[in-house]
Design a protein around this ligand. Structure first.
Ligand code: IMP
Length: 200
């Protein structure tokens, strides 16, 4: 089957392909199928925003769509930046500026209190309108400085098992990441539907 991914974020799109294509699901970008579509993320939860993005693309194309709304929740900041992760340092800020702001906010927070988690809410809408939602999380800590070359967003400061996401290979990140966990749940749900297995 084929899914159109509702995102303008190249880092996310790369991960969708990396995780879903080996499972037999082809992914195409929103850019390719429906260029210029803009969706306001007015929800207050990851799940609401994922639904808004998948639904807008589904309404525009009638094709099977999938969206991820994700972000970083830092305990010492009361769960911020959370659903506002992309806009944390202003609408037009760069990844480097967002990371710098985060490290600044945490400059007096000691080791042991720098716990955080990434959350990924996935929403998939199938032709006919059937909707599947699932969520994955990844627990970690926020480092003291950016480390590693790969990835996007807050990857250089999110530490899991002694390495930042940026220091991991793609396969290492996917095996532990919030998006990997959520997309594997989606795959299970899709399989159940395709094989006609009813939910409990
Ligand atoms: P949104 O889901 O488009 O609202 O944006 C999520 C934002 O959270 C991204 O712009 C990144 O800043 C951050 N984010 C989400 N997932 C990841 C990840 O896997 N690595 C690093 N940053 C991420």
């Amino acid at each position: 089957m084929e899914l159109i991914v509702a995102t303008h974020n190249k880092g996310k799109l790369r991960e969708f392909g990396r995780i879903l294509e080996p499972l037999g699901i082809r992914v195409r970008s929103e850019e390719e199928v429906c260029p210029g579509l803009e969706v306001e993320e007015t929800g207050t939860t990851f799940a609401q925003n994922a639904y808004l993005k998948a639904k807008a693309l589904y309404d525009a194309t009638g094709l099977a769509t999938v969206a991820d709304d994700s972000g970083l929740c830092v305990d010492a900041l009361g769960g911020a930046p959370g659903v506002y992760s992309a806009r944390y340092a202003g609408e037009n800020a760069t990844d480097a500026q967002r990371v710098e702001k985060l490290l600044g906010e945490l400059k007096d927070v000691p080791d042991g209190q720098r716990t955080a988690r990434f959350v990924s809410a996935i929403c998939c809408i199938l032709p006919g309108g059937e909707t599947i939602q699932c969520e994955g999380t990844c627990e970690g800590t926020i480092g003291w400085e950016p480390k590693g070359e790969d990835g996007f967003g807050y990857d250089p400061v999110f530490v899991r098992d002694g390495k930042t996401y940026s220091q991991m290979t793609g396969a290492e990140k996917d095996a532990v990441s919030h998006r990997g966990a959520a997309l594997r749940l989606l795959y299970d749900q899709l399989n159940r539907r395709l094989n006609g297995i009813a939910d409990q």
